[in-house]
Design a protein around this ligand. Sequence first.
Ligand code: GAF
Length: 388
Amino acid sequence: MIAIEEVRKRFIKHFDGKTGSIYFSPGRINLIGEHTDYNGGFVFPGAVDKGVTAEMRVNGTEDMVMCYAIDLKDRVDFHLNDEKGPRTSWARYIFGIAKEMQKLGVPVKGFNIAFSGDVPLGAGMSSSAAMESCFACGLNDLFGDNKISKWDMVLAGQATEHNYCGVNCGIMDQFASVFGEEGKLMRLDCYSREFEYFPFKPEGYKLVLLNSCVKHELAGSPYNDRRNSCERVVKAVAARHPEAIFETLRDCTWEQLEEVRSEVGEEDYKRAHFVLGEKDRVLAVCEALNAGDYETVGKKMYETHEGLSKEYEVSCEELDFLNDIAKECGVTGSRIMGGGFGGCTINLVKEELYENFIETARRKYAEKYNKLPKVIDVIIGQGSHKIC
Ligand code: GAF
């Protein structure tokens, strides 16, 4: 978490010298369950100790929002009632969440905000969800008497992505950021929204991220195409089975997928094939975790990587390379984490193999790509909250 004194100093300097309230929301990791959230499947995320810290204060105007992005040293002001909102991409998160909170009945008026973050950008750790949930938490406190539920804040964050940022994402990232608890992962059923906390302390293992430093960008990326593929398959299955309701791939069986294979084409088929497998893998991992069987957890992580790379096609050369090094070094489990197209691998590694793995990955990656992967040790932290 960034030093709150730094945020306060900037808030005072860039606005009218007064202080406000400070809020924090984290980024996330995801142990397994990728691209399943918008398919009604399961995910297994946890909040991290890195996120977005914002100081916010009501400024007494009807609709003027004054914003300062501390890390970018960039100032943007806009009117809430200006339908189009600001063009600057980071400011659209503030505009979007304010509009979505208004839709929920929160009487958001003018406010000042300065914020900073330490979730690496484009690493697949959900820096954008951290912003959305941090701003939602602040607006709920400043204007909403904290009456908006956690789930509504999650959905407001997701709607911000859909309506203002061009990413048709699922609910995993915002959910993890809002509901996270220290030391616990969460298994969420994205269809029923039921979830369970799983204390996560694998004895003798470490969870570590390796950031390929290939920046992923979901807006305008093939992320939305993947979602469209899945939806086309659901439609095809539904057309063959008018007797039942098919809302997402969650409702489809392996047999039904085979029935529509030639109709939907090989590409859509492969995407859906990955999703059905991933749904089963999350459940298998939960069972294995309960039994303390980390070998199975790791095996499933490798299977996910394979599927994300070959079937869902959201990997890149660098991530595949890091995954191969993990295998060579005897790492228990390794895979792409998050949306893909760059970002991090998540690795479950035995403590005694950790140093050799990190050293080998750094050396080999640098030899091949002339840059170092960034090592991020995972600490499972607390979800959105007010600091002071
Ligand atoms: C991104 C999205 F925002 C999530 O909703 C999820 O689909 C993820 O990619 C892939 O599992 O982080």
